[in-house]
Design a protein around this ligand. Sequence first.
Ligand code: EPZ
Length: 417
Amino acid sequence: MKKIVINGGKCLSGTIKIGGAKNSAVALLPAAILADGIVEIDNVPNISDCDALIDIMKSLNAEIKVINDKVTIDASNIKNKLITEEFSTKLRASYYFMGAMLGRFKYVEICLPGGCNIGSRPIDLHLKGFEALGATVQKEGSKFILRADQLIGTDINLDFASVGATVNIILAAVKAKGVTRILNAAKEVEIVNLIDLLNRMGANIKGAGTSEIIISGVDFLHSASIDIIPDRIEAGTYIIMGALLGENLKVDGIREDHLTELLLKLKEMGVNYVINGNSITLNKVENLLPIHVKTEVYPGFPTDLGQPMAVLLTQAKGKAYFEETIFENRMGHVKYLNMMGASIQGDNKNVVIMGPTKLTGKDIVATDLRSGAALVAAGLLAEGETVISDVEHILRGYERIITKLSDVGANIKIVEI
Ligand code: EPZ
């Protein structure tokens, strides 16, 4: 079993380069199978979630070439086969093959997705969207069978601005007959990246980044190429680590306009940083101010940065408030931060964080991807040795995290035990 071992207290100096966005890559890779031609996707992050999606496409007989961070997909001879549990449970985003295969074949057999244990994570909004377009949904044990004689464009009003449901409905509707309007659509920048790719492939989609997305179905999607946008959550995670331990720590390759809410909150805490084009340089500050952080759908404070942010709040002088509004079980890091010396009280939605508290290294466990990232941040800060187990969660979403942190002075390694 892999573990991450950190000896904390080291300042972070130098440059961390941000990779492509995981939550873009996991939508753009499946989207490529809608094309009758070759799709080139560049700046794909080197993470196990992308490997898992590539394996699924290979199992469907797509031809894939991976050269460094460029993935080329030729789905011309793709076969319509069952996507088994062995593949589908490796990540949440395997379910994007529901929309993509429905969009291409009007038929798909796929098992339930996996993903972080941060809540019940139902897919009712996805399935309701597919049914609205004319598909029937059958469930046999852990397998879904979706089929449609025709996919007909229609209005779909999402009860919640779900990222996954918005992506999946776009993938199913892009070649449907007529016009589909998604109302209360998610506005995340990763969806804008997806719509950019689909339009380059010949789709006709308007309203990217707004709560109303209009998809005029087309008959044919052709070859295209695109770069994945920088990962705003990876960037935000390292920016928070810079606020904790930075000595001229430069986080390079960011999109400032994708980080607005985080940067506003850091300013509110008294964190000082300098932005120069697509890089940000941070120095740790002694007197952090306690604030109220509430996660919301984009462009609000991202739920995926809530856990790393909680570590920073443990160092603020006074009482800070943190509210998670998107998922019902996203506080897996709290127990372990408290074991390390933090003072965090509350429930799965609201916590009060008293600071500043001195953190001490302990043997802890990553419960999910972003809680794991928070525990890495805590280990970097803590006095002594921190050993983190179940690190596969972390490696799913942070490419080369050990190298990136070691290169800027962290005493961190991964060991096989
Ligand atoms: C995406 O998850 C991201 N994952 C998550 O990132 C991110 O936290 C989340 O969007 C919110 O921004 C990927 O893009 C692969 P949702 P997703 O559908 O699509 C409820 C990470 O750490 N809901 O917007 O699953 C759901 O239960 C991951 O990178 C329904 O009720 O998020 C949740 O409470 C974690 N029915 C809320 O909506 C549905 O059919 C938000 O879910 C779908 C969702």
